[in-house]
Design a protein around this ligand. Structure first.
Ligand code: PGA
Length: 251
């Protein structure tokens, strides 16, 4: 079973309008160059979604949201629904990013509701999971990851889900997981999917690694047989770095 590499840039709360449009155009051109060999996506700040969708138009670049509301619509000041993302041209959204969980205090249950809402309202989902440093040190890594997966994916059809394993201690810290550490957890995640959903989902679901992925470590991380792509933060903010990571995935 070959799973096409899937590289997504999570821009977080970075870039002004002009910078976002320029970068989206540059990444769209790169995505076109690697079409059929690597799938490429960006998750811009929601307020720049519309011009980024415009920049990606007619190219294979997938534009994602970074988060979505648990609700479909209504009195939720400041929130953005999955259907609004969809209407703006996004094809998917990240859900459960560690900054949502640990900075904004979102629970496993809220994450699960977001997964359901996004799928129902027409968005694909990149579900982020990962352990804190203390949890890794105490040997609880897979226990935490398994709980996050189990709660978020209960009763969910996995055909429109990507799982992103993002150890929290590696995000934005420059401290990357070793290829062996990433592969170990990825293989546990795939085994969990196999046990709970069967061979076909286990063989087809793509599992990205995220956490200080850079041009210099991308090839090593992607060499893991269960590492199917990368969710890239800081290094996705320039076309040079993000392009180099995509090239590493193209092999
Ligand atoms: P980073 O972020 O690459 O800057 O560590 C990754 C992420 O949060 O998705």
């Amino acid at each position: 079973m070959t799973r096409r590499p899937w590289i997504v840039g999570n821009w977080k709360m970075n870039l002004m309008r002009g910078e976002a449009i320029t970068l989206a155009r540059e990444v769209a051109a790169i995505a076109r160059d690697v079409e059929g060999r690597v799938d490429v996506g960006i998750a811009p700040p929601a307020i720049w979604l519309d011009p980024c969708v415009g920049a990606a138009d007619g190219t294979p670049l997938a534009v994602y949201g970074q988060n979505c509301s648990t609700a479909e619509k209504g009195a939720f000041t400041g929130d953005i629904s999955a259907s609004m993302y969809r209407d703006a041209g996004a094809v998917g959204t990240l859900v459960g990013h560690s900054e949502r969980r640990h900075v904004f205090g979102e629970t496993d249950e809220q994450t699960a509701t977001k997964v359901q809402r996004a799928l129902e309202l027409g968005l694909d989902v990149i579900l982020c999971v990962g352990e804190l440093l203390d949890e890794r040190r105490s040997g609880a890594t897979f226990e935490v990851v398994e709980r996050q997966l189990r709660v978020a994916l209960e009763g969910i059809d996995l055909s429109r889900i990507t799982i992103a394993y993002e150890p929290v201690w590696a995000i934005g810290t420059g401290e990357v997981a070793t290829p062996e550490q990433a592969q170990e957890v990825h293989s546990q995640i795939r085994a969990w999917v196999r046990e709970n959903y069967g061979d076909s989902d286990a063989d087809s679901i793509r599992i990205q690694y995220g956490g200080s992925a850079k041009p210099g470590n991308a090839a090593g991380l992607l060499a893991g047989p269960d590492v199917d792509g990368l969710l890239v933060g800081g290094a996705a903010l320039t076309a040079a770095d993000f392009g180099a990571i995509i090239s590493a995935a193209a092999g």
